[in-house]
Design a protein around this ligand. Structure first.
Ligand SMILES: Cc1cc2nc3c(=O)[nH]c(=O)nc-3n(C[C@H](O)[C@H](O)[C@H](O)COP(=O)(O)OP(=O)(O)OC[C@H]3O[C@@H](n4cnc5c(N)ncnc54)[C@H](O)[C@@H]3O)c2cc1C
Length: 297
């Protein structure tokens, strides 16, 4: 463990074991991974804590591996995995392509070479979250005494704890039965290097013309990332060729809360998300874009 301090900067502790992390914790301690979001927040005037605990040297938070837990296969992504590694890793590309796509839409290369997927998740507004939600991702935490696993959906519904647990890894189920398709889309005020107006993600399975599994989510910007349960219920077990897609689109538009800022209204964000999701699902179903079938994972 090493420690450094100067007059204006917070003390930064760099533990090497999980046990050490919590023995170092004080009232105002904050975990830091890449520090890209924390720094952005401080520059915009948010309170800077006087003590940071870095996850940099914790081996338990590193690596991308395949694991079996309770008979289920998972892709385990260590929380300190860089966003750039999530883009280049062959296992993530193969098993969870939309994580690759979501991470490629976050910030610019320099930030992605520093920022981590764990920091993105723990921000609770990161662009990777909608993609993780539709993949039914689980989160593995350490609370100082034990590790536990919780679904991403449950975690988002929990109120934020004053002394939060340490995120160890993200577990993505490796679903082998049947062919599935997924998508991630983010719109911002320009094509790239931009904050999201809204991000959407979807996961779908089809048998003949029947939609046998469907998961939809939105997030990005200041949205609370969430699954779109009404839209999912509307499509589940429907014959897609007999589905009223206009009705589905209209339902989606009113099925989640958004927000306005000085540039973009709440209704614009909801309409854009509903249009994006409907168009993307239909594009995949009709397979009308060259190579779309390759997106199936
Ligand atoms: C110019 C710029 C553009 C950006 N654009 C985007 C964008 O388009 N989309 C987007 O989603 N984000 C964006 N970000 C935000 C940020 O870069 C990403 O969210 C990044 O993934 C955060 O990772 P980090 O490791 O830097 O997190 P940090 O800044 O280190 O931490 C972020 C939060 O997570 C907590 N935390 C970190 N690790 C853990 C852990 N293991 N356990 C518990 N809590 C933890 C920290 O306490 C903090 O609250 C941008 C940032 C910058 C500077």
């Amino acid at each position: 463990m090493s420690s450094s301090q100067n007059v204006e900067q917070p003390i930064v502790d760099i533990p090497v074991t999980l046990e050490e992390v919590f023995s170092l914790q004080r009232e105002e301690s904050v975990f830091v991974a890449g520090g890209t979001l924390l720094q952005l927040n401080w520059e915009s005037g948010q309170h800077k804590p006087n003590h940071l605990i870095s996850s940099h040297k914790l081996d338990r938070l590193k690596g991308i591996t395949e694991e079996t837990l309770n008979g289920e296969n998972y892709l385990r992504i260590g929380s300190s995995t860089l966003l750039s590694a999530c883009i280049s890793d062959i296992n993530i590309q193969k098993r969870a392509k939309i994580i690759t796509e979501a991470c490629a839409k976050i910030a610019a290369p320099a930030v992605r070479n520093r920022g981590t997927i764990g920091g993105n998740v723990c921000s609770r507004v990161g662009d990777s979250i909608p993609a993780l939600l539709v993949l039914d991702a689980k989160l593995e935490f350490f609370n100082g005494t034990s590790t536990y696993i919780i679904t991403m959906t449950e975690w988002l519904q929990e109120s934020q704890l004053a002394g939060p647990p340490l995120l160890l890894s993200i577990l993505i189920p490796c679903n082998k039965s049947g062919q599935s398709c997924s998508f991630f889309q983010k719109i911002g005020r320009r094509e790239s290097f931009t904050a999201a107006i809204v991000s959407t993600a979807g996961f779908m399975k089809l048998r003949n013309e029947i939609i046998t599994d469907i998961k939809l989510a939105i997030g990005g910007g200041a949205h609370l990332p969430q699954r779109l349960a009404d839209g999912e219920a509307y499509l589940l077990n429907k014959d897609w060729k007999k589905t009223n897609w206009q009705e589905f689109r209209a339902l989606l538009e009113t099925s989640f809360q958004s927000y306005s800022d000085p540039f973009i209204t709440d209704s614009y964000r909801r309409k854009a998300a509903a249009n994006m999701i409907t168009a993307k699902i239909l594009q995949i179903l009709k397979n009308d874009k060259g190579g779309e079938a390759k997106r199936c994972i």
